[in-house]
Design a protein around this ligand. Structure first.
Ligand SMILES: C[S@@+](CC[C@H](N)C(=O)[O-])C[C@H]1O[C@@H](n2cnc3c(N)ncnc32)[C@H](O)[C@@H]1O
Length: 266
């Protein structure tokens, strides 16, 4: 349904139109291993919206493409090859860059509350976000996480033994948690690009409390010189009302950021 020239997304059946996405669900999946980012994504394309894709429908029964899921599953052994908490989160850029490139997430936190990291890996981002929120803003966050990879969730539960029941093994696309959260963070890369709009709608519907905030991130590649998606613009193009944007880090060859974030109010 078009509202004011924009698309609106319903939770159960979502019609995905050529609203800026350039690929189909079977689109090529890359595994970026440079710049500290080890995740399925599309590092060679900086921005959505360059090509129209055929209209497609994703309903509650549409599954993520098996090729995509296989690449996400493959991350587990890559991440767990090291004991380093950053590498186990898919980041090999060191602690200074971790703070520079992930720290802006906390700018979207405006109160005490529950914080869910969708695609939480070993739970280290949660540890960092909770610590930064307390140190910088005096907000107390209660961590929750979900990840498709059981071995990573096991690491997250070890990291958070007091709240191990706050972690789930599930595919984010299909996940409906038993409770909703004040703050939900997800990388856009948790689904193929052509699923992103309905994915965002699902997260808002299934995971974010009324009055809560959904933060969506995208990471570029400093080493490869690949800019992050302008995720605020992407969500705006989809018709979601972007309430704020943040960015982190700095590319080597220009002043642009390495990471970008946008948040929506539910
Ligand atoms: C780069 S890590 C992100 C870690 C942390 N959230 C951060 O932003 O630094 C990506 C994680 O998302 C998980 N992931 C990707 N797609 C997913 C999906 N559809 N459902 C659940 N987990 C997913 C992967 O298993 C991996 O652990």
């Amino acid at each position: 349904m078009h509202i004011g020239g924009r698309l609106r997304w319903s939770s159960e059946e979502t019609r995905v139109r050529p609203c800026g996405l350039s690929s189909d669900p079977n689109t090529t999946i890359n595994t970026a291993t440079s710049n500290g980012v080890l995740l399925p994504g599309h590092p060679s394309r900086p921005k959505f919206g360059l090509h129209a894709s055929p209209e497609m429908t994703t309903s509650s029964t549409t599954r993520l493409p098996e090729e995509f899921l296989a690449h996400v599953r493959a991350l587990e052994s890559q991440y767990l090859a090291s004991d380093d908490p950053l590498l186990q989160s898919g980041f090999d850029g060191g602690t200074t860059r971790w703070k520079e490139e992930r720290g802006p997430i906390v700018e979207a936190v405006d109160r005490d509350g529950t914080f869910m990291d969708v695609g939480c890996a070993n739970g280290y981002l949660l540890e960092s976000v909770c610590a930064w929120a307390t140190l910088e803003k005096r907000w107390h966050l209660v961590p929750y996480g979900v990840d498709m990879n059981a071995g990573l969730v096991t690491e997250a539960m070890k990291r958070w033994p007091g709240v191990a029941d706050h972690f789930w093994v599930a595919n984010a696309w299909e996940f409906t948690p038993p409770v909703k959260f004040d703050f939900v963070y997800s990388l856009a890369d948790c689904v193929p690009e052509s699923f992103l709009a309905p994915y965002v709608a699902r997260l808002l519907d299934r995971c974010v409390k009324p009055g809560g905030r959904l933060i969506v991130g995208h990471y570029g590649s400093k080493l490869k010189g690949v800019d992050p998606l302008d995720i605020g613009e992407v969500l705006d193009d989809f018709g979601f009302p972007v309430a704020g944007t943040m960015q982190g880090g700095r590319m080597r060859d220009h002043d642009g950021p390495v990471t970008r974030f946008a948040w929506l109010a539910n």
